[in-house]
Design a protein around this ligand. Structure first.
Ligand code: GDP
Ligand code: MG
Length: 373
């Protein structure tokens, strides 16, 4: 899960660190060549070197007051300043030093299924944060770069959060949730996983067999309902899905059930009739939540589809499935950013318990924590 993106981010971190440390040792060499200390910076325009000739007690006191680092210098007895004295190097990270690494980062993100516009935004944030940063001699560049990357990714993931459990708890019952998306992405499986989760939390769940289109869809959801021991409201194949979902909501109301999970037929977003069917569901059913389901493997196609579906029936959140089979990891970042809606869960397998709650911090840990490799 996310291995490829994780590796690529690591490579970026290391490449900036290497470049920076090479530049830094060049600075040190340049300074060691000098025979007399000077207040002036070395020849190279890209370095800012602070060389203090003499540090008197007053200066130390003054600098310390402001928390600045004070060079430790011992004045030789003859009054000359020793050439071996250490200077403090404060190097500003320059845009041109990062050019190659940022370009590699851009390619790495694109290769990891992060959409073009999202990639550009991340790279821009990383650049803004790093360029101009004053880095002290020997300060770990990797830490600075990782922070910039985390900030860049978190910024694009910064969509209004929605805690699913809190939402279910606080919404008047029955809570009605409609699932949309194209064929085979895992809608029905996700509904079953959610029913399992909600049931374990003590809620009563009703499933609505809203996929009246695909042969075999009814049997599939019936099997899940039986296995899970939850009520299924169904009509004949070919029936109006809006009517099926409406009935399920009426049933849940009458029986004081907590949650209605409504399946719909997987549809290609270019199929006008099926998309109109979604518009009808939106008119007839006052859903509390519309969840777009797609698979992580779809990469940028998923982003495009999410936007198309959103025009037929406004999406409140997304769920990404088959994350267990996707090593790239960029779809989650792109889809959240493109729709400006949160990702609720990630599907990580075919069993009922194979679903994890998504939160940006969780993703960050996946991408950056060494222990998780
Ligand atoms: N590996 C994996 N397979 C999944 C996941 N979610 C669903 N699937 C599989 O994807 C296939 C299609 O799922 P289904 O729920 O029928 O898709 P639907 O057409 O959108 O309703 C099934 O074989 C599921 O077992 C997941 O998170 N990981
Ligand atoms: Mg289905």
């Amino acid at each position: 899960m996310f291995e490829s993106l994780r590796k690529k981010l690591k490579i970026f971190k290391e490449s900036v660190s290497t470049e920076e440390s090479e530049l830094n040792s060049a600075t040190i060499e340049a300074s060691e060549d000098k025979t007399t200390p000077s207040d002036e910076a070395p020849e190279e325009a890209s370095y800012e070197t602070t060389t203090q000739k003499v540090v008197d007690v007053e200066a130390i006191g003054h600098a310390s007051e402001y928390g600045e680092q004070v060079p430790q210098r011992i004045e030789p007895s003859n009054g000359n300043v020793s050439t071996q004295d250490k200077s403090i190097f404060e190097r500003k990270i320059k845009g041109k030093d990062l050019e190659d690494s940022l370009w590699d980062l851009e390619i790495a993100l694109l290769e990891s299924d992060v959409a073009v516009s999202v990639t550009e935004e991340i790279v821009e944030t990383v650049k803004e944060e790093l360029v101009g940063t004053k880095r002290k001699w020997r300060q770990d560049v990797g830490t600075l770069v990782e922070k910039a990357l985390r900030d860049g990714i978190l910024k694009v993931l910064d969509v209004s959060g929605l805690d699913f459990d809190e939402f279910i708890k606080n919404t008047p019952k029955p809570v009605t949730i409609v699932f949309t998306g194209i064929n085979g992405t895992g809608k029905t499986t996700t509904i079953a996983k959610l029913a399992y989760r909600l049931k374990n939390q003590g809620y009563s769940v009703v499933l609505a067999a809203g996929d009246t289109y695909r042969a075999g869809a009814l049997e599939q959801i019936e099997r899940h309902a039986e296995k899970l021991g939850v009520k299924l409201v169904k009509h004949q194949q070919g029936a109006d899905p809006a009517a099926v979902i409406y009935d399920a909501v009426q049933y849940a109301r009458a029986k004081h059930n907590d949650v209605v999970l409504a399946d719909t037929a997987g549809r290609i977003h270019t199929n006008v009739n099926l998309m109109n069917q979604l518009r009808k569901i939106e008119r007839v059913i006052d859903a509390d939540l519309v969840v777009f389901v797609d698979e992580a493997l779809a990469g940028n196609d998923a982003v495009e589809r999410a936007l198309q579906f959103n025009t037929a029936m406004a999406i409140d959140a997304s769920i990404l499935t088959k994350v267990d089979a996707d090593s790239k990891g960029g779809t989650a970042i792109s889809i959240a950013h493109a729709t400006s809606k949160p990702i609720l869960f990630l599907g990580i397998g075919q069993n009922y318990e194979d679903m994890v709650k998504f939160d940006p911090q969780w993703l960050m840990n996946r991408l950056f924590d060494e222990a998780d490799a």
